[in-house]
Design a binder for this molecule. Sequence first.
Ligand SMILES: C[S@@+](CC[C@H](N)C(=O)[O-])C[C@H]1O[C@@H](n2cnc3c(N)ncnc32)[C@H](O)[C@@H]1O
Length: 199
Amino acid sequence: MSEIQNKLQIEKNIRKSRVGVWFKNILRPSLEANKNSCINFEIGCGHGHWLTSYAQENPSQNFVGIDLITKRIEKASSKVVKRKLSNVCFCKADANEFLEFCDINLSNIYIMYPDPWPKKRHFKRRLIQLPFLDQLAQKTQLGGKLYFMTDHVDYFDWSCSMISESIHWNFTEEKWPHQERSYFQNILPTNKFFCALRS
Ligand SMILES: C[S@@+](CC[C@H](N)C(=O)[O-])C[C@H]1O[C@@H](n2cnc3c(N)ncnc32)[C@H](O)[C@@H]1O
C-alpha cells in the first residue's frame, strides 16, 4: 500500500469509528427513551430545515438526518436543541458508511436534491446506484418507502431506471409526505419526485 493509500485508509477508519460511537452514545439511548426502534432517515439533510420541521409535526416517530458536511450537521443539531426536540438527531456521515453500521430498521427514507454529478465521467459518484439500493433495502423494513426528489431531470431518469432494475423496490403512487420546503427546494422549486416501496 502506498503512503497516500495508507493515509486514506486511516482517515476512513477514523470516520467509521466516529459513526460507530454515534450509534452507541447518541442514537441507541434516544431510541430506548422513545420506545420505538424504527427510524425515518434523511440522506443529505443539509442544515436539517426540512427534517426538524417534519419531526416536530410527528412527535411519536424517530428521525435521523445525515450529511457529509460538519457545519451543516452542527446547524441542524442546534435547531434540535432550540426547539427542544427529543425525536430527531443528526450525524455527520457518508450514506454508505452509515448503512454499514446501521443495525436499526429504517421505516422511510428521504433524499431531496442529491448532488446530481451531471458530467458523464462523474456518474459513478451518484448516490443512487444498484448496489446502494440493495444495501438500503437490507436495512429497510418491508413496506418502507424511499422518497426521492430532484430538480435535475437527467438524474431523475437515471434514478427511475435504477429503481426499475432493482429487485427490492417498486414504484408506488404517494404524495410527498411533508409540505415544508427544504433549503434547495426554496431555491429550485421545479422538481420531480417518486416514491418506491420496499417489497
Ligand atoms: C444539494 S444539497 C441538498 C440539501 C438538502 N437535502 C436540501 O434539499 O436542501 C446535497 C447534500 O447532500 C450531502 N451529501 C452528498 N453526498 C452525500 C453522502 N454520500 N452521504 C451523506 N450526505 C451526502 C451534501 O453534503 C449536501 O449537503
